[in-house]
Write a protein that binds this ligand. Structure first.
Ligand code: BGC
Length: 284
């Protein structure tokens, strides 16, 4: 039984993919990266995905991250990407262009899924939140290891502004902030988030988490434990691969702990359940 799955992470500067060993989250081949086309519209991005699939000679399903809300494969928000994605059935489009079944999920959700299985959130129960601090702020919320998909805690309002405008890694560099000043903004944001969801663990991800010693010790006013992510830039790829595996349990024997949709997929527990429910409704 295949224990590998291809994961692809669509980011603002690069689109990266690698086949992932599902037993330990490692890459079975070197990561392959292509610069994100600008503007990052659906069609050009889909063509890059096709090149990555071709590079690995991959003929199975593929897991893909998208930096916005994804419901049933449809892109429902586009904060840091081309607005052309809005309302597009992105999973189907990517499936058409690559010729592969595509499971699409939010990038932070993918990173969270990977960190909870293989990284900083391994075996952690209760309310856990992962935040990716990058161009924007992405969030993934878990309760006893189960993902609540599509949370958008990066868009909470702090002092009348989107949190990601104040506290993302981009805000730190663009506003020329020292670590202490940025840590103050981050503290205010984390304290606000804590007041709303009372997590027991906050995992801080994104590239800047590699420099966590500069800002995590300076966070104040937060009760929850705060730790840096462990998989950092690979988390999206690993989580995407895990989501595709969960959508194709027959091929990988992977459990499906959260709702995912594969465009063109035949079966998968989520889909079967949906079909059974619809049949019951129709029978009433
Ligand atoms: C988007 C999120 C995304 C995050 C990181 C935010 O602007 O709204 O959906 O996860 O950026 O890419």
């Amino acid at each position: 039984m295949a224990r590998e799955m291809l994961g692809i992470d669509i980011g603002g500067s690069g689109i990266k993919g690698a086949p992932v060993d599902l037993s330990d989250g490692s890459f079975t081949r070197d990561r392959f990266r292509i610069a994100t086309p600008h503007p990052a519209r659906p069609k050009p991005v889909a063509k890059v995905l096709a090149r990555i699939v071709e590079h690995f000679g991959w003929d199975g399903p593929v897991g893909v991250t998208y930096p916005g809300v994804v419901i049933d494969g449809v892109a429902m928000s586009a904060a840091n990407v081309s607005r052309r994605w809005l309302g597009v059935d992105a999973a189907s489009l990517l499936a058409d262009v690559t010729g592969r079944e595509i499971t699409l999920l939010n990038d932070a959700d993918a990173a969270g899924v990977a960190e909870l299985r293989f990284g900083a959130g391994r075996d952690r129960r209760g309310t856990v939140v992962l935040l990716t601090l990058g161009t924007g702020i992405g969030s993934a919320l878990f309760t006893d290891g189960v993902l609540v998909p599509n949370t958008e805690f990066g868009h909470l309002q702090i002092d009348g502004k989107d949190a990601e405008v104040r506290a993302s890694a981009k805000a730190r560099t663009e506003d020329n902030l020292g670590w202490s000043t940025w840590a103050k903004r981050l503290s205010a944001y984390l304290a606000h988030l804590e007041a709303l969801i009372s997590p027991s663990l906050i995992i801080v991800g994104g590239g800047v988490s590699r420099k966590s010693e500069h800002f995590l010790p300076r966070i104040t006013g937060v009760r929850a434990e705060i730790v840096p992510a462990q998989l950092v830039n690979n988390a999206g790829i690993v989580g995407a691969a895990m989501a595709a595996a969960a959508a194709h349990p027959a091929q990988t024997a992977e459990p499906a702990p959260y709702a995912v949709r594969a465009a063109g997929a035949t079966g998968g527990p989520q889909r079967e359940r949906g079909t059974a429910e619809a049949a019951r409704r129709n029978a009433r």
